[in-house]
Design a protein around this ligand. Structure first.
Ligand code: NAD
Length: 484
């Protein structure tokens, strides 16, 4: 049997081909044992009329190798093209995005001299489902979906990552003071799962204060775990704080597949000029070499990169008069790294990868198999209406009832406006009308909701959506309106 590990490689667009050539040259020189299948993705596939930017034959390659080293691609502007990254992540179930953000001070200029953190971002859920609707003339909606198994998986992954990489602390950023159910679930699961890792220090911060602290004192963070949108934004901020977008690599990990890349895009302004910094993709390749258990090669490549940075041999994005010694192009930078294979940095901390510190050995089953008793107690009916005041609407809807359901309140953009609203509250044409069961003992079934919808329709109202209101084991599965 061959001792080569099959991987799929895509050269991407813009600076992609240059940095991929440099990366492959370095890792091959370091002795990486790879059987490479090359696929074409991105701009030219999009422009051939394929909206996903990736051909069916490329999926076949990914299914065969299960390991993907990918250069950045350009998503053409306009024309309804889908983000290929999102497609790949979701199709292959790459639930964890892992992004180490490390400063190389004093060799690379940064205001944050001792930052060394790993951002672990949930990659599949949150607002990235792309479930958006225009519901009225004035109101547009994007659905934030947070699931229990998805959250458990990423939080557990973060704890396992910390344990296996000898990281001491995990910070979880949420906004559960506002999003009590979605972010509240994430917070609760972080606390619950955290109990299984007593040796790791844990903290939960509201994302705004967490972000502010990260931007001013990143050295206080070790591992940060967050949902998709917060992670998307903050991991770019963190990478930029290290000195250049060109320096960070990332992995996207799933149960069966993994993708490795630089965090930056295709930087068309630098394409074809031999100026791009290949370090981000090279560090992505280091993560890949660890994933395929070629630990010696990963260690060798990473240390040679650190030594090159330390020797002041820099591409133009990190070159600074005074600190740097030699400004080089992409190819020369790669050659300088190759010349340092086998060497270690003297001031920067050398790395040493081995099985013990990198492998996530066990993935316990998510604990979400708890039995739930689900009771239907009402409905939030969303109505498109623009004919008067909240009291006008409330007084009309109050007369529309069923045997067990009555109007409880109306909110507009989440703020209660009926009954007893404030005349000052600004209202759009989008009203949430909450009907709830009249008595505790009433039993609501779906036909009664349909009866209510028919009555509301017969009175000339345009209902645009509804959300059923449930109790789960006696606990409300919905929030109150502001002011309720
Ligand atoms: P970008 O990251 O491509 O470039 C921003 C700027 O950062 C560049 O102008 C360049 O000056 C600098 N830069 C980036 N990488 C560098 C490197 N390796 N060396 C030196 N300097 C570097 O971001 P953008 O301009 O917003 O996006 C360009 C295209 O890339 C878009 O089509 C976008 O959709 C795509 N993109 C792809 C990925 C991906 O494939 N993973 C990620 C982000 C953006």
């Amino acid at each position: 049997m061959s001792d080569l590990t099959p991987i799929t490689v895509a050269y991407g667009n813009g600076i992609g081909p240059e940095i991929m050539e440099a990366t492959l040259k370095i890792i091959k020189a370091a002795g990486a044992k790879l059987d490479i299948e090359t696929i074409v993705i991105g701009e030219e596939v999009y422009l051939r009329g394929n909206n996903a930017g990736i051909e069916p034959s490329s999926w076949d390659s990914l299914r065969r190798t299960k390991v993907f080293l990918k250069s950045p691609v350009t998503t053409p502007q306009g024309g309804g093209f889908k983000s290929m990254n999102v497609t790949i992540r979701k199709t292959l179930g790459l639930f964890a995005n892992v992004r180490p953000c490390i400063s190389y001070y004093p060799y690379i200029e940064t205001k944050h001299t001792s930052m060394n953190m790993v951002i672990i971002r949930e990659n599949e859920e949150d607002l990235y489902g792309g479930i958006e609707h225009r519901q009225t003339i004035e109101v547009y909606q994007c659905l934030k979906l947070i699931t229990r198994p998805g959250s458990e998986k990423i939080i557990r992954y973060a704890f396992e990552f910390a344990r296996n990489n000898n990281r001491k602390k995990i910070s979880c950023f949420v906004k559960d003071n506002i999003m009590k159910m979605t972010d509240g679930l994430f917070h609760k699961l972080f606390d619950e799962i955290g109990e299984e890792y007593p040796e790791i220090e844990k903290e939960v911060l509201i994302v705004d204060i967490g972000a502010a602290r990260m931007a001013t004192s990143p050295e206080i963070f070790d591992v940060i775990v967050l949902q998709n949108l917060y992670g998307d934004i903050l991991s770019d901020v963190a990478a930029m704080m290290t000195g250049s977008l060109g320096l960070a690599g990332s992995s996207n990990i799933g149960d069966n597949f993994a993708m490795f890349e630089a965090i930056h895009g295709s930087a068309k302004d630098l394409a074809g000029k031999n100026e791009a910094n290949p370090s981000g993709l090279l560090l992505g390749a280091v993560l890949m070499l660890n994933h395929i258990k070629q630990y010696d090669v990963a260690t060798n490549v990473h240390n040679a990169l650190l030594k090159t940075i330390e020797d002041g041999i820099h591409t133009c994005d990190i070159y600074r008069e005074g600190t740097s010694k030699q400004k080089v192009g992409t190819r020369e930078y790669a050659d300088a790294i190759i010349a340092r294979l086998g060497q270690k940095p003297e001031t920067l901390k050398p790395v040493l990868y081995n099985e013990k510190i990198i492998t996530i050995k066990e993935k316990p089953e998510p604990k979400s198999k708890i039995k739930f008793v689900k009771e239907l107690v009402g409905v939030d009916l969303f109505i498109d209406w623009n004919n008067g005041t909240p009291n006008d609407l409330g007084d009309m809807l109050k007369r529309i009832q069923t045997a067990n359901l009555k109007l409880e309140m109306i909110s507009n953009r989440g703020t209660k406006v009926y009954p007893n609203g404030f005349p000052e509250t600004f209202c759009t044409d989008h009203w949430r009308c909450r009907y709830i069961k009249k008595n505790k003992t009433d039993r609501i079934k779906h036909p009664e909701i349909i009866e209510l919808l028919e009555k509301v329709y017969d009175h000339g109202f345009d209902f645009i959506k509804m959300e059923l209101l449930y109790y789960f084991n006696g606990e409300a599965g919905f929030t109150k309106a502001q002011g309720q």
